[in-house]
Design a protein around this ligand. Sequence first.
Ligand SMILES: Cc1cc2nc3c(=O)[nH]c(=O)nc-3n(C[C@H](O)[C@H](O)[C@H](O)COP(=O)(O)OP(=O)(O)OC[C@H]3O[C@@H](n4cnc5c(N)ncnc54)[C@H](O)[C@@H]3O)c2cc1C
Length: 354
Amino acid sequence: MAERKRVVVVGGGVGGSLVAKNLESHADVTLIDPKEYYEVPYAQMRCIVEPSMAERSVLKHSEYLKTAHIVQSAAESVSGSEVVTESGERVPFDFLVITTGTTYSGPSTKAERVKLYEADKEKIVAADHVLVIGGGPVGVELVGEIVVDFPDKKVTLVHSGKRLLEFLGTKVSDKTLKWLQSKKNVEVILNDRIALEGLTGPEYVTKNGTHIKADAHFVCIGKRVGSSWLQSSDLSQLIDEEGRLKVDANMRLEGQSNIFAVGDIANTKEIKQGYLAGKQADVVVDNIKRLIKNSKAPKLAEYKPLTSPLGLVSLGRYEGVAQFPIVTLIGRLPGMLKSGDLFVGKARGSLGVK
Ligand SMILES: Cc1cc2nc3c(=O)[nH]c(=O)nc-3n(C[C@H](O)[C@H](O)[C@H](O)COP(=O)(O)OP(=O)(O)OC[C@H]3O[C@@H](n4cnc5c(N)ncnc54)[C@H](O)[C@@H]3O)c2cc1C
């Protein structure tokens, strides 16, 4: 019998967990991730107000992977056909899939992750006034969770951009601003910022001189693309000006026959979303299977980037705001699509876990 091919997946997030799961019965798969778990990212802000949800939204890699090897360490570089980890392991590959989306600096065990959510909730419970910094999807979703579960708290949202949720269209921004201000009494400060160095409180001063007295703050600003670990390898030539990896139509790194990228790290021309990471993962799984079967230039599947941005942002546990191709909706209807379970059941199902 021919030897099984070695597939190394770097990053255990939305894309990496799916690639590892769907290839483990076809190849000798190794997943490299600094955490012992995959976390459904869409539920993160709910976990802050309801930490017990993390029992379902945080899954140890060992819960959904049956035969794949798990190396719990950050990858440090790619050297020839090996991935070198911070823990000093050298993991050889026939196929490499890079899915290190955005940089991660949180806890590495599930128990610590849950504890952190409990501490976050206590912070909110003890506060009369909560300050949220950053009006992208993460900041807006957190504010939504707080105002729905803790309607008596005063909440201030400070955002450096001129509108909220800039990754979607202006209709989404306008409707969301109105929902927050008129319906939920949130103080929204746009076009202003709070310096993050030495941030303590309870007195916060914005760049434009507004004073905010708050008992707790949360920083929800965009994370960096997770490609810095590749800087010292030959693949660094394939990092674009945004820090993403240049991929071809088959999701392979440009000019590479056996190295793929999936998810936020890939420079596909579209918004960066988890459901797109899932679609890319399907293409990569398909292509690696084809290459395993027939290494002599088989026809490979192509990934078609999204042409009009679709987006769904939850506003607490009942409502949401959605941008579809021809209509933008806010309220219970988009909320029904996401805000209850936040796709946790779906994500668990796609990894074969009930
Ligand atoms: C609150 C919130 C709500 C969201 N809502 C939606 C939504 O409704 N719909 C939607 O489609 N998208 C949503 N997104 C966006 C979505 O989560 C991302 O687009 C998606 O997670 C990208 O997947 P990924 O696999 O590229 O990276 P990630 O899921 O970010 O995973 C990256 C993985 O790489 C690992 N890693 C990083 N560096 C290294 C290294 N050096 N070595 C090894 N491993 C490393 C990390 O530990 C992590 O496991 C939301 C995001 C957040 C935070």
